[in-house]
Each structure stands twice: as C-alpha cells, then as structure tokens.
Design a binder for this molecule. Sequence first.
Ligand SMILES: Cc1ncc(C[n+]2csc(CCOP(=O)(O)OP(=O)(O)O)c2C)c(N)n1
Ligand SMILES: [Mg+2]
Length: 619
Amino acid sequence: MGKTIRLTMAQALVRHLAALRIEAPDGSLQPFCGGVWSIFGHGNVAGLGEALWQQRAELPTLRAHNEQAMAHAAIAYAKANFRRRIMAVTSSIGPGATNLVTAAALAHVNRLPVLLLPGDTFASRAPDPVLQQLEDPQAGDLSVNDCFRPVTRYFDRIVRPAQLLSALPRAVQVMTDPVLCGPVCLALPQDVQTEAFDCPEDFLHPAPLRLRRPPPDEAEFAQALALLRQARRPLIVAGGGVLYSGACKVLARLAEQRGIPVAETQAGKGSLAWDHALNLGAIGVTGSPAANALAREADVVLAVGTRLQDFTTGSHSLFAQASLLSLNVAPLDAQKWHGQALVADAQVALARLEQETGWQAEPAWRERATHAAAAWRQRVDALTTATPEPGTLPYDAEVIGAVRDSAADSPSSDVVVCAAGTLPAELHKLWRSSRPGGYHMEYGYSCMGYEIAGGLGVKLARPEAEVVVMVGDGSYLMMNSEIATSVMLGRKLLIVVLDNRGFGCIQRLQTATGGERFNNLLADCVAEGGQDVAIDFAAHARSLGAEAVHVDSLAALKPALKRARAAQRTQVIVIATTHGRTTDDGGCWWEVAVPEVSTRAEVQAAHSALQAAKAAQRP
Ligand SMILES: Cc1ncc(C[n+]2csc(CCOP(=O)(O)OP(=O)(O)O)c2C)c(N)n1
Ligand SMILES: [Mg+2]
C-alpha cells in the first residue's frame, strides 16, 4: 500500500477536486473544476466549509443568494465551456439541498455536468431528528436528498469517509462521459464530512481527464452511408452535440462540399455562422420559414447531436416524410423516433463521412436552400430594424435588433443568454450567432429564473465576452438575486428586461387553445380590493447594486445600450414591450393538449383543430 495522509472526508474531497485537470482540445491541461458555489448552514459549514477555506487558493469558493441560482450558474459555466469544465455546488441540509433539485433536473434534461454536494443528516443518527430533518415513518435511511435520485445521473451518499475514494471518481467519470454526461450528486452527512481517515496520497494526484470520442460501429456506419447515398434532398439538423463535440468546422465543410443545407435547434444554434450560405436558421416550432419549408421537402434528415424534442420535430409533424438518420453519441437519442441510428462522436463520424464519396445533394436542392436562406436573412433584417407604429409599444424582434446593432465589434463577442418566455422563440428565429457559444439558450428545461444566474456562470467562463441576458418580466421576478452577486464578484452582465406586464407567451397559448384570458397577465390577476402593481424594475435592480435605467422607447433604448456596453458594472435596462405581438414568420404546429369537452365553443374548436393536426404526426 502506498503512502496515506490523515484527512477528513471533506478535506480529501476538496483536494481531489482542486487537483483534477482536463485535457483541452489543444492538448494543454486546465483545471477541471472552476470553483465551488457555496451557501453554508449547519449541514456543511464546519465540515466542507473548513476544507474549502484550506484550499481557497487552488479552488475558489463563491457565495450567491440562492442554491438553485448557484447551480444555474454552475450549469451555465459548463455549457459555456462545452462540457469540458465544471463547477460544484454545496448546500446545507434540508431547504438548501432541495433548492438544488430543480437545477439538477435542468442539468439532466440538457445533458450538462454539475457536481452537487448537499449536506445530509447525521450518518450516526445520534442527535436525530436534527433541525430540517425529514422523518419518514417507514424508511430510516431516507432524507430529502433522495429527491436527487431521479434527477441526477449518479447519486451516492457517503456514509463512511473511504467511500469517497470510489464515489468521487465515479461522479467525475459520469460528468466527463459524453454518453452519460449530466448532474451528479454526492450527499454528504455532516458528521462524515468531519471524520478523518487514512487517505491514499494518490487520491490527491488524480490522472488528467480526457473526453472520449467514440467512433462509429462499422456496420452501422455502412448503413448510414447507404442511406445518405440514396438522398437527393438531404437536410442536416444541428443540435447541441455539434457544439459539444467541436464538430462545427467539419459540419461546415460537409455542408459546402455536399450541398446540404443546415437547420439549427435551440441548443445547436451557432453551429454554422448565421450568414453561411447554407444556414437556413432555426428549425421547428420556433423555426424559420426557410428551415421548416425545406424540412417538409427533405428526403433524408441527418440529425446530429440532438435530443429531437418536440420543439425541434414540431411534435413529430415537421419532417415526418423524411428518412431519419440520427448521429448521436448517446444510444438513447440515436434510436429515437424509429430513426436509423449512427452512434458515435459527432466530429469523428462527420469526418468519416467527409472521406466517403458518392453522396451529394441534387444541385437544384442546394440552389433552393441558398435562395431560401438568403431570403430569410433579408427578412430578419427587416423585422429587426423596423420601428414600432407611433403610439404602439415595441415587440421583442425590435428590441433584439437594437441589442444586436449596439455591439461595437463585428462579428460581435456577445453571448446572449435566455431560457423561457416569448424571447426564446424570437431569439431562435432572429438572433445572429457568428460563433459557437454566442447563443446560450437553456431550452431543454426552459426554466424561468435561469437567465441572470446562468448569465453569471457564462461570464465566469467567458470573462472577455459581453454577456447579454435578455429576460422577460416574469422570469426576472422569479429569480434576480444574482444581480447582486455579479456586482460583488465584479462580473459584469448586461441585462435587458422586456416588461410586457405578465406571462405573455402563456397568455397567448391560453387563447390559442380556446381559453379565456385568465391568471397570466398582471392586469388579469388583480383581486377585488387589491391593486394593480407598477413594478419599477430599474429601481429594484439598483437596490441590488446594478446601474439601471428604464427607457420609454426603442429610440431611447439604443443610446442606453451604448452606455451600458461601455460600463464596467452590471447594467440593467428595462423597456416596456407589447405582449400582443410576436414574429409570425415561420414556426410550425406544436402539440398541446386541449380539453375534450368544454362549455366554451372556442375550446371545442381548438380540440377539433388539434385532432386534425395530429393526422400529420409521424405514427
Ligand atoms: C420555473 C418555471 N415556471 C413556469 C414555467 C412556464 N412558463 C413558461 S414561460 C412563462 C411566462 C414567462 O413570462 P415572462 O418571463 O414575462 O415572458 P413573456 O412570455 O411575457 O415574454 C411561464 C409561466 C417555466 N417555464 N418555468
Ligand atoms: Mg412578460
């Protein structure tokens, strides 16, 4: 047996984490863990807290104001690093821990790594029940941390210090495995955090990590190639996996050489530069007319690195006529929707396909795609540079145009961050992303409240970028406390709040499904004896330490953006927008359940329309 050192479990954990290095694409080694977000309580302050203090020079500890927000920041950091670097998040037991559950689900859905380290109740059970302890009458070993089991990709509870020696490397393995990649949770009983054991020295010097690139199975590759050789009108749907595997360059070469147009999912936007001749733009429910029209005419769809969620497939109605070839590192995704699977790393498999001859789109298809893409680029120009009619409020497209055009550099170094509401659809259609990572949309879980905290995580990962958080009033109100953290950490965010006085997108969905306007817009929620609240977002943001202004028109927004870009501290710009207008161009059907019986004729009509639309769904 090699040398050992007497350490507490928490000290061993933190030292291992601080020592982890990962190989960058250029072969250099980088710290794997960018820091540990911590809110302390009795469940972690003495144990993990002491260990983090000891290691503070090697592994930064950061404090924010809400555990969920800290995890959002950590997840965004991993996404902005294309899953190559992570952050950890530690909480106390009980409410601090369960505050992390939503974020764990967010990371799970988006296949993004994060190391969650909630405190847990005493393994010894000596002082039970402790403050915040759940007592289950039928299970003595249950704690609130068991909520993490379904929303993590690896869960463990460390009830003896030496268990860490296998549990932590397994958690790291899951986070760096492109197939399993997602959130992991090590629940840490507070007494075990503080218990000493003989820790092998080796554990404090882990081997460098490297992301695996699985090659395709030969037979599967041959089948895929056979399908592509038959294709006359192929379309590539680029998902987040293109970005995570670093396949953007080979994707661009393939598109050009073979004349194949590319459409992008929310996670895949930025795979090709927005002005690439064969970039049709966004696909699906929030898609461009160019991408959706060609999706309906394609004979083979090569889906790369996408989960094929309903917004991408139009609830399986959009490219239902095409043969689907799904290139994905995860078998779960590759075999979806009865597609032909090609399980492999996207970069490796696309590079292999590049070597193969005999597959090429028809010249007419390339030409059609080039024209459609150019027409859509022109239309985006028109939509995003329009000015509202006198007396009307601007809508999101016009604000997006103003934000884009305020960038001093071209192509701009902006990273736009967003997650929920009206904006994801508008940004997916209209934002122009020049480089991978310039478009940071959390649209797997579409979690209101991700935006500002996520923006902070992006800024930590990309300090040189202008991180522009675009957020609706509803999402802002759900989680905004990390504005203060951004000021405290000196990490500037440029936050643009689009205040349409309520949950605009859900109100429109409500009406579209035959419902009466109800419980969504603030004006519709004032109770008898209550008052309509005029929320002063700028004053609120100022109270958290940001510099903030309310602008009363699109004309006033433009100089405000210029000033905000020149500033050092976090900026918040608030503009009133209309909830009544969105970009009509593009889009496609999306299945939302509508009541089968109702006293409302509008609901009955919407139900009939739903049944008719379902006929177009791939069975
Ligand atoms: C945590 C969470 N709760 C509820 C929802 C459902 N939801 C999606 S968008 C939305 C309203 C968003 O309002 P706002 O941010 O003001 O954007 P708007 O649609 O008005 O532009 C709601 C309630 C969600 N996505 N996330
Ligand atoms: Mg709103």
